[in-house]
Design a protein around this ligand. Structure first.
Ligand code: SAJ
Length: 416
């Protein structure tokens, strides 16, 4: 590999969240000098003290060791670097229109310190065309430098999109083992980005252009969303037809070419429930299946709420225990959680007495004021209706005997 390609020694990671921090720590553990840049002073202070602000297996160990060796340092102020990686949120605004304001402000932070020879990589999941927008925002602020959209291979600054594709709960492992899509704005950016990722990725680094890389990431999550929507639709059909949906899917999946995912109380998190809308927004008339899958999955929590309410009518003052508030099993992340939405709506409805069991968090959000967290045993001791919302490992240990006197609504198939 040429010296120019190996010239990345100092990396700035913009955004120290669920993706940025593990990636920054991993790169630092491979000997790169990594500056983590985040707008949140508390996040920066926490990391510089060798601690972490998110729950992810082994992340605390890697952060502590790389902060101790000095390879990882956090700051709120942008500094010069050889490569800039952007891992900021890409949420949507009203009507599911993508909101690129965090990428735009990352561009504003990076532009003043850019120097000839730098590489800028967008890792955030983004609508098609965002990498080109990022390059345009940088060019606007630095007319003294050339960028790939106008200067191609000879540009002073190279720009690429290398989407993250790691599963929360397995981030450090998947950052190394997953294949990485390297979507460049030209060959030189692909080569430079590949040289950087090769320092810590064991999977293949697969070259493509930036637009295809953007769409590939959205396609992966839309595929999963569609498959889960199919499972969720089956669960509604099975309730009506008096069939056990878990048994049905297990049987269908015995076919060598069928692989249906699992139904649940809805699809949550900040990826699968968001990213397909970026495809819909780019071509609303064409993305009919992607939109319908989103609508099916978004309707599932309402079906759950209706079912709980209906069961509750059997009691004067029902005691309802909700098991799980996170968006999926064995994590602490409440973002876009269907379980939390269901709990919130049940509380608003004011039916009976509500308790929540969520072993991965210390307290519920403030707006659920008055709702306390309960232990598994206390909740089981008093509940008339047990609602299984998240299949956390400790919940799977609850026995049929413990549930025998309860009305059980198991939306994860963990107590069958
Ligand atoms: N879910 C089901 N049934 C299933 C699988 C999942 O109801 O059979 C639900 C989960 O409970 C959760 C939601 O779907 O509420 C999303 O969970 P997930 O585990 O499918 O995905 P995420 O959001 O944690 O991570 C996804 C991953 N994408 C794919 O598997 C295609 C991950 O690889 C991406 O990196 C991540 O999105 C991302 O950052 O985009």
């Amino acid at each position: 590999m040429s010296t120019e390609l190996n010239s990345i020694k100092r990396v700035a990671m913009v955004g120290l969240g669920y993706i940025g921090l593990p990636t920054a720590a991993l790169m630092a553990s491979r000997g790169l000098e990594v500056i983590g840049v985040d707008v949140n002073q508390i996040t920066v202070d926490t990391i510089n003290a060798g601690n972490v602000h998110i729950v992810e297996p082994d992340l605390d160990i890697v952060v502590r060791s790389t902060v101790t060796t000095g390879n990882l340092r956090a700051t709120t102020v942008m500094e010069k670097a050889d490569a800039f990686l952007v891992a900021v949120p890409t949420p949507f605004k009203e009507n599911h229109v993508p909101d690129l304001k965090y990428i735009e402000s990352a561009a504003r932070m990076i532009a003043p310190v850019l120097e000839k020879g730098n590489l800028v990589i967008l890792e955030s999941t983004s609508p098609v065309g965002t990498t080109e927008k990022l390059a345009a925002w940088l060019a606007e602020q630095r007319p003294d430098l050339s960028f790939p959209q106008s200067a191609g291979e000879n540009a002073d600054i190279q720009v690429a999109h290398c989407p993250e594709r790691v599963l929360p709960g397995y981030v450090l492992q998947e950052l190394v083992s997953n294949d990485r899509i390297i979507g460049g704005m030209g060959k030189k950016s692909i080569d430079k980005a590949t040289a950087l990722y090769k320092q810590f990725v064991k999977g293949d680094c697969i070259p493509t252009n930036a637009r295809t890389a953007e769409m590939a990431k959205l396609t992966e999550n839309a595929f999963r969303d569609t498959n889960i929507a199919f499972a969720n639709e089956l669960s509604l059909l099975c309730t009506k037809l008096d069939i056990d949906v878990w048994e049905l899917i297990a049987l269908a999946n015995r076919h060598p070419r069928v692989n249906i995912l699992q139904p649940g109380p809805g699809v949550g998190g900040h990826c699968i429930a968001v990213d397909p809308w970026f495809i819909v927004d780019s071509a609303p008339d064409l993305a009919r299946m992607v939109r319908t899958a989103r609508e099916v999955n978004d309707s599932k929590p309402h079906a759950v709420i209706n079912e709980v309410k209906e069961k509750a009518t059997k009691f004067k003052k029902p005691k309802i225990a909700c098991f799980g508030a996170a968006f999926k099993a064995n994590i602490d992340d409440l973002r876009e959680s269907p379980a939390l939405f269901i709990i919130t709506e049940l509380k608003k409805a004011g039916i009976g007495e509500l308790v929540v069991v969520e072993p991965n968090i210390e307290s519920l959000p403030d707006y659920l004021d008055g709702l306390a967290l309960s232990s598994v045993d206390d909740a089981l001791a008093s509940a008339d209706i047990v609602v299984g919302l998240v299949d956390h490992d400790p919940f799977k240990l609850i026995t049929a005997k413990e549930l025998s006197t309860k009305i059980v609504l198991d939306y994860r198939g963990m107590w069958r």
